[in-house]
Write a protein that binds this ligand. Structure first.
Ligand SMILES: O=P(O)(O)OC[C@H]1O[C@H](OP(=O)(O)OP(=O)(O)O)[C@H](O)[C@@H]1O
Ligand SMILES: Nc1ncnc2[nH]cnc12
Length: 172
């Protein structure tokens, strides 16, 4: 985990002044670190019958697609507005630096399908909470969520639903 942490770059004042951006690009660029990261993300969910991994645009797609393969699950993209053809379901949310909307195709998940949410970073928790609300709208059974980086000072975990597992690999 130490090696993975060393491959997340801290970038001050990006994308706006006052934000310390955690950049996972160096981790992705290392074949061994990326593989270890996917191993570690998959570990808590082995044997829990995850049927679909829902990755959050954009960086959540990278980790989510690889994790879906590792868990022998399908992949469902949760996308920013106006990217998916209709019919879609949508949830609006606030970010550390702005507001946004997540959309999923209405038929993307079968009712009761066991889904796992994946993203690169948990900051204020708005994105992951919106993804959980979207999974609910889709009629999915939410098994839990995994993120690579948790920014603990922003207390995003307090916006996560109690009783549903939320795993993070690296905490700052
Ligand atoms: O916990 P929160 O405060 O909601 O923030 C976390 C979200 O912010 C970033 O995404 P961003 O919207 O910047 O999009 P990107 O992945 O397309 O760069 C990150 O990838 C998470 O999805
Ligand atoms: N500080 C941060 N670094 C990387 N991604 C983020 N998403 C929200 N806040 C972020």
């Amino acid at each position: 985990m130490q090696e993975l942490a060393g491959l997340v770059r801290a970038v001050p004042d990006f994308p706006t002044t006052g934000v310390l951006f955690r950049d996972v690009s160096p981790l992705l660029a290392s074949a061994s670190a990326f593989a270890r990261c996917i191993d570690a993300l998959a570990e808590p969910w082995q044997g829990l019958g995850v049927q679909a991994v829902c990755g959050i645009e954009a960086r959540g797609f990278i980790f989510g697609a690889a994790l879906a393969q590792r868990l022998h699950a399908g992949f469902v993209p949760l996308r920013k507005p106006n990217k998916l053809p209709p019919p879609v379901l949508a949830v609006d949310y606030q970010l550390e630096y702005g507001s946004d909307r997540l959309e999923a195709q209405r038929e993307a998940v079968r009712p009761g399908e066991r889904v796992l949410l994946v993203d690169d970073v948990l900051a204020t928790g708005g994105t992951l909470a919106a993804a959980a609300a979207l999974a609910d709208l889709l009629g999915a059974e939410l098994v839990g969520a995994s993120v690579v980086v948790e920014l603990t000072a922003l207390q995003g975990r307090t916006r996560w639903q109690q009783g549903t597992p939320l795993h993070s690999l690296l905490r700052y």
